[in-house]
Design a protein around this ligand. Structure first.
Ligand code: NA7
Length: 537
């Protein structure tokens, strides 16, 4: 295909996960000629790729679902409090069927490059498959956790067994029966996988570099009465979610952890530990857990006391206890089912690879500075190049040929987490600088898509051809995002929130921590103020 016969689109969307599909639905609803390009052989994004055993969402299913269509939320019935990956994938496919999205979704198509043309105010988008698109608007629905961090261990190619990454799991699944399995990584993915692999494998060795905080999901099947009750009041549940900091309703305690005595504090943490509501529930036990180091310490000590209660061998319990340099919640809390309990099994071992780092993979297993471990299979749950990885994987050139990779070489900069100065007519859904990963992602996605859709409609009505964030507005937003984050303990955690997990990645705190309602007020204010900070021409 040549540029002159490029496929013409009004709106081109990259990525067919929750964000891309809803954006397609909305843009098409306004009569825009729209197409979604998706690299995978199926839709679902995160929920398409992360098929590892135990993969589940850590936000409750009744909240982690679209709210835009009343009939959809009435018709669909979730089976468990926390949905498994296969169930979420079924839901996403149901949505695509129901709203007849398929004709405008193109699978097996990975975007390689996008160039903005200042004369026509349009994007030329090239795919790895050699296709060329010409679109007025380019919307990046590329996800925050979509580029797996590939294992960089010497000797991997000589390993005689099989190896897997959590985010690139074989579609047909893996049977670990009778095998000695090594698992590297103890973030959310490793924590979810550990109990299931332990049940199946002959032996599981978990290689831990940094202990995570994990709280029990208290997952259970959703009974009919609960579902009925939620469905009768679904609109109210969604309205409460919109007012909640994380975009899903939770009982938030508006007291400081330091304003109560030891017994009261423990009772509050116990209440949260036993109830549902995932990691977010624990973070809302008091109002200053993420701003006051002393309050945070109380939460951290509570979880450590639980680990010591659950895990029988004291030395294993100590190793599983997160150290003081990781504040509670400063890295995404893990939400588990029987994670700590699994270390009481005879066929499970925990190895401290901070004390004895991994040197290399050997043909028969893995070598640390201490000894060699013989393994039949290795599982990497080593995380993602988060939030910026998918955007940086493409060669995106904005106004005057400006390269996004160069612009972001020292860290991501956006206006409202939605737009980038010098990259006109391009929007990011749940990008760096928006609440995104610190919220119920589906809710944040709906907030962004609705806002972008209104902007597209306004631009069309006003015969605007070019929408562009002003550099000064971007500058101000970046400053604001940092100021808000610096008042919290979030930046202290060495996590993917700051890019600390990817060697060489610039250290910048990426999500906007002030919460979804505050954020929504700001972006609505921008829109109501004639898109303040944007140039519309
Ligand atoms: P995470 O949370 O980034 O966890 C990755 C884990 O892998 C973490 O424990 C890392 O230890 C470990 N890791 C990474 N590289 C290595 C090497 N080279 N050696 C040993 N250990 C390593 O990714 P997840 O997939 O679990 O979860 C991502 C998000 O998905 C999660 O937060 C939820 O929002 C859903 P480290 O901490 O860097 O020492």
């Amino acid at each position: 295909q040549s540029e002159s016969d490029a496929t013409q689109m009004d709106v081109l969307i990259v990525g067919a996960g929750f964000a891309g599909l809803y954006q397609l639905y909305r843009a098409r609803g306004l009569g825009f000629k729209t197409r979604v390009l998706e690299a995978g052989t199926g839709i679902g994004g995160t929920w398409f790729w992360n098929r590892y055993p135990g993969a589940r969402c850590d936000v409750e299913s009744l909240d982690y679902s679209y709210s835009f269509d009343e009939k959809l939320q009435q018709d669909w019935t979730w089976s468990e409090r926390y949905a498994t990956q296969p169930e979420i994938l079924r839901y996403i496919n149901h949505v695509a069927d129901r709203f007849e999205l398929w004709p405008d979704i193109q699978l097996n198509t990975r975007v390689a490059r996008a160039d903005f043309d200042d004369a026509s105010n349009r994007w030329t988008v090239r795919t790895e498959q050699g296709e060329i698109f010409d679109a007025q608007y380019l919307i990046m629905a590329t996800g925050c956790l979509s580029i797996p961090q590939q294992p960089r261990f010497d000797g991997l190619s000589d390993f005689k067994g099989h190896w897997y990454h959590s985010a690139d799991w074989p579609e047909e699944g893996v049977d670990f029966s009778g095998q000695r399995v090594g698992l590297i990584g103890t973030g959310s993915s490793g924590v979810q996988m550990t109990p299931l692999i332990a049940q199946q494998a002959q032996h599981l060795t978990v290689f831990q570099r940094t202990a995570s905080f994990s709280v029990p999901a208290q997952n259970e099947p959703l009974d009919e009465a609960t579902i009925r009750e939620v469905k009768v009041h679904y609109a109210e549940r969604r309205a409460r979610a919109r007012e909640a900091v994380t975009g899903h309703y939770l009982i938030a305690n508006d007291r400081s952890a330091l304003s109560v005595n030891d017994d009261e504090r423990r009772a509050e943490f116990e209440f949260r530990w036993r109830g549902a509501g995932g990691g977010f529930r624990m973070l809302r036990a008091f109002n200053d857990l993420l701003s006051n180091p002393q309050s945070n310490r109380h939460a951290a000590d509570f979880v450590r006391s639980k680990i010591r209660e659950i895990v029988k061998p004291p030395e294993v319990a100590e190793l599983l206890c997160p150290k003081d340099d990781l504040p509670f919640g400063a890295k995404r809390l893990c939400v588990d089912t029987d994670y700590y309990q699994t270390f009481n099994r005879d066929n499970v071992a925990l190895v401290d690879v901070k004390a004895s780092p991994i040197i290399r993979i050997t043909p028969n297993g893995l070598q640390t500075t201490e000894r060699e471990y013989e393994l039949d299979a290795i599982v990497f749950a080593t995380g993602f190049d988060a939030m910026t990885g998918a955007l940086m994987a493409m060669d995106i050139r904005g106004s005057g040929g400006q390269s996004l990779r160069e612009k972001w070489a020292t860290g991501p900069r956006t206006y409202l987490g939605l737009a980038i100065a010098d990259f006109p007519n391009m929007f990011i859904i749940a990008g760096p600088g928006s609440p995104s990963v610190l919220s119920n992602m589906v809710h944040s996605i709906e907030v962004h898509v609705d806002w972008i859709t209104t902007l597209l409609e306004t631009a069309r009505n006003k015969a605007v051809h070019r929408v562009e964030a002003a550099p000064a507005a971007e500058e101000g937003w970046v400053r604001h995002v940092n100021e808000v984050a610096d008042k919290t303990l979030y930046p202290v955690g060495n996590s993917w929130y700051v890019g600390a997990n990817v060697p060489g990645k610039p250290r910048v705190f990426m999500p906007y921590v002030a919460g979804v309602p505050t954020y929504q007020k700001i972006i609505d204010g921008v829109a109501n103020n004639n898109y303040e900070g944007f140039a519309l021409a």
